[in-house]
Design a protein. Structure first.
Length: 267
């Protein structure tokens, strides 16, 4: 099929697919609202991916067009991204442009189709796993990084699909060159947005006591050094949030749930 506009169903709410190779750009006019537009998008998309044999369909809508957004969801399109300020409104202001796509192999209907779409549009959070290690003198192991001034506990970002405990063990292995096997976390904290980061959930384990004078194999790219910090000096080197949580881990023998590093108690 040569590039150019190809109306797959001229009566389906003006939905058209502009074809370029094995990819189609879905466009429409507002000739139908709500369920009518959703049905037209689903019909045209099913035909493009099935009868016409396209591999991928794409659509973009401004973030204020809730009718079109709901119609794309019902037609099995998954959100792939947000282009900030890419849509010019009639009043010369700008809005974000939401990018959607549907592949030939995507489940688009039924329970699996619905959950796949919802998984692409619902909020997600970063998950972080850190570990508190002490030495026989009660000092806490802190890492000095190359990308910020404050020091950090060993650990880091958990990868998608990775259990937090395995993510923390992997990060310790990558940062220190040692193998650890962690049990139950000592603390779970909700972190508010900070320094350009969105909010996150952090798991912190107590990793036990390591031998005094133990040396570590540090990676060249991220970690520039490690320090055993006496407890009274910890606040000089870490953020206030990190200090609050380290103290709770050291002082608690059981599990603690915190919000911004403060213990959460139901009223």
């Amino acid at each position: 099929m040569p590039p150019g506009p190809h109306p797959l169903d001229p009566d389906a709410a003006g939905v058209r697919v502009r074809v370029d190779g094995d990819t189609g750009i879905v466009e429409w006019v507002r000739a139908a609202e709500g369920p009518g537009l959703a049905a037209a998008l689903a019909e045209a998309s099913d035909a493009a991916l099935g009868v016409q044999g396209l591999r991928r369909l794409e659509a973009s809508v401004p973030d204020w067009d809730h009718v079109a957004i709901r119609a794309l969801h019902r037609a099995g399109f998954r959100r792939e991204g947000r282009l900030r300020g890419a849509w010019r409104n009639a009043d010369a202001s700008h809005s974000d442009l939401l990018v959607y796509a549907r592949l030939a192999g995507d489940p688009a209907h039924g329970a699996h189709g619905f959950t796949a779409v919802m998984d692409s549009v619902l909020p997600t959070k970063r998950v972080i796993g850190h570990v508190v290690f002490t030495d026989p003198h009660g000092r806490v192991l802190l890492l000095e990084t190359r990308y910020k001034d404050d020091w950090e506990l060993p650990g880091g970002i958990v990868e998608p699909g990775e259990p937090p405990v395995l993510g923390a063990e992997r990060e310790v292995r990558e940062e220190l060159g040692i193998e650890v096997h962690l049990g139950q976390p000592r603390l779970v904290d909700w972190m508010p947005p900070l320094l350009g980061w969105s909010d996150a959930i952090e798991f912190i384990w107590y990793g036990g006591t390591l031998a005094a004078g133990r040396r570590f194999d540090l990676p060249d790219l991220e970690i520039s050094g490690y320090h055993w910090a006496p407890r009274p000096e910890i606040r000089r080197h870490v953020t206030e949030l990190s200090a609050r949580r380290i103290e709770l881990v050291l002082d608690s023998s059981g599990f603690v749930f915190t919000v911004d590093g403060f213990p959460h108690r139901a009223d």
